[in-house]
Each structure stands twice: as C-alpha cells, then as structure tokens.
Design a protein around this ligand. Structure first.
Ligand SMILES: [Fe+2]
Length: 318
C-alpha cells in the first residue's frame, strides 16, 4: 500500500478528480511516505517541502489552448449548480485566457485571505501537504492533462487544483477552515487516524454541497472540476444527500474511482470551520469503537435531503 499509488479506475466511470488522494487513500498505511517512483510529474527538482518553480513560460500554446477549452466548458455549466461565491471568486481571478501564473494569483489571494499558491510536481507526502495547508499555502500541480484526457484523468493536474480549489480559498471562512484542517494533520499521523481525517477532506473539500436559499449548490473541487460530476451531484436521483455532521462524515467510507454515493450538505462554511476547531484526539478515540459506515449507508439519525434511489437502506451502522 502506498499513499501515492494511483487507483485502478473503472473505464466505465467518468471520475475525473482524484486530487484528494493526497490525503485520502482509504487503505493505505497511516504513515508519511515518499512519492512512488511511478508518479506522473517531475520530482527531480523539488525543494525539501516538495515545491518547485512553476516555469510558466514553458507552457506551450497548445497547453494554453487546452486550458481555455477546459475553463470555458466547465465554467459554462456552473450557474445554478455551483455555489455563488465559487463562481464569483473564479471570475475575479480572470484566468479564462490561459494557464494562470501562480505568483500573480497569490498576490490577489494573499490580500484576500492570507493564502498563497505553491507549485508542486504532483502528489506530495501527507506531512508536507498538511504543513502547507496549516501555513496557508495551497499546493497546485504544475502540469496540465493531455488533450485525450479532457474527460478523464487519473491524477490531479493544474486544472483540477486551480479551477477546483482556488476559488474557495478566497472565501474567508472556508480559507480559515482549510488552514485549521491542515493543522490537524500532524496529530492524525501520530495517532494513526489519517483515514478519519481524510474522509473529512474528501467529503467536505472535494465533494461538498451547501444549502442556499435557491437550493443545494456544489462547492467541492472534485465535482466542480468535472463536468459530469457537477451535473450528477445535484441532478441525479441516485446519490444520497445528507446533512453534514462531523462524526458521520469521519465514519463514512468512500470510493475513489466512481461518482459519490453520498454527498454531505453544509448549512454554512462557518458550520464546517467550527466543527474543525473541536478536540479531534477525543473524537478519534470515540470513532475507533464505532463501525465504518458504507458509502451508500443512511442512518436513522441522518438529516436526509435526498434518499438515493439505488435501493440504499438504513444499514444499521452506529
Ligand atoms: Fe483536489
């Protein structure tokens, strides 16, 4: 088992967004590891913290053109599906015209919420990843997918990392949440609780929904950088949509190679931030005595916005 091994995605799925495998391998060892040699990306020039130079001038005209195509295609479907703050923050970065320069966006982002972007060659070890987040540095992969990967990608690329994640870093509360999340990493590694912490990232950073006066909206990077899952997460009758509860999320298994079976819904980003401020050490001890909830499971205690129609039933967990 290795933190950085790519999963074996089913060719029948359109899952495009495994960025969270930085912290989200469900069956891995709970210890920091060095990147596997088969990782995509050039790890030959990394600094000790796994950052590299972006080398923006080396992107080709074809790569900028592919970026524009990805950006245009994805941004066109966001209205009515993505959270309005996501859409507004995406627009303020003015990144539709080509692959953005991290330094320029970092200035804008730092002024807004104190975060900066750092370039990385790809997936980075857990301890480095958590350390970056805790210090308000968001790692963004430097390479862009190939044209034939426009609909499907195994590892997260610059489009996922930037388009999917960076807009929410402009939200002051979500930005504080992500830093607080990163600060929990060292403790989780020490206590062997990375699985629980990874589930929080998976469900609430990659695939989170939020309740608004206009209905549910998506803000997670996983779905919002994937055309098909952006549509599926809100429009499809198959997945469960369940109100956020920290323990519930930390107990819930997930699949990394398919659309989600369950999405969790926030009342507000403040709800997520406040949940992350509590003592996780006691929480991990309590969770250790409770069963894992299957990704399709629904509990009697859940606040259910939508029952998935794939025959999911109360599974009795908990
Ligand atoms: Fe991601």
């Amino acid at each position: 088992m290795n933190t950085f091994q790519a999963p074996n995605p089913s060719p029948t799925t359109a899952f495009t967004d495994p960025q969270s495998r930085r912290v989200a391998q469900p069956d891995r060892q709970d210890t920091p590891q060095a990147p596997a040699p088969n990782l995509r990306g050039d790890y030959g020039h990394t600094r000790d913290d796994y950052t590299v130079d972006q080398d923006w001038e080396k992107y080709s005209p074809a790569e900028h053109a592919l970026w524009r195509e990805l950006y245009q295609r994805q941004s066109a479907i966001l209205p009515g599906l993505a959270a309005e703050d996501f859409i507004a923050n995406l627009a303020r970065m003015d990144a539709a015209g080509g692959i953005p320069q991290f330094d320029k966006i970092s200035e804008q982002l730092f002024a807004a919420t104190g975060w900066r972007l750092v370039a990385v060659p790809g997936l980075v070890p857990d301890d480095a990843f958590f350390n970056h987040l805790a210090n308000r540095r968001f790692p963004v992969t430097v390479w862009l997918r190939k044209p034939e990967e426009i609909d499907y990608l195994v590892e997260p690329d610059i489009f996922h990392d930037f388009f999917g994640h960076v807009p929410m870093l402009f939200d002051p509360v979500f930005a504080d949440y992500l830093a607080a999340y990163g600060a929990k990493g060292e403790e989780a590694i020490k206590h062997g609780s990375l699985k629980q912490l990874a589930r929080l990232y998976w469900y609430m950073v990659e695939f989170g929904l939020i309740k608004t006066t206009d209905g549910l909206r998506a803000y997670g990077a996983g779905m919002l950088s994937s055309k098909s899952e952006t549509l599926y997460c809100l429009s499809d009758p198959r997945p469960n949509r369940i109100g956020f509860a920290l323990e519930r999320v930390m107990r819930t298994d997930y699949k990394i190679d398919d659309f989600q079976k369950t999405y969790f819904v926030l009342e507000s980003y403040q709800q997520l931030f406040e949940a992350t401020l509590q003592d996780f050490e006691n929480l991990y001890a309590r969770l250790a005595s409770l069963p894992v909830i299957p990704s399709t499971g629904v509990l009697e205690s859940d606040r259910v916005y939508h029952f998935g129609n794939e025959g999911y039933a109360f599974d009795g967990a908990g």
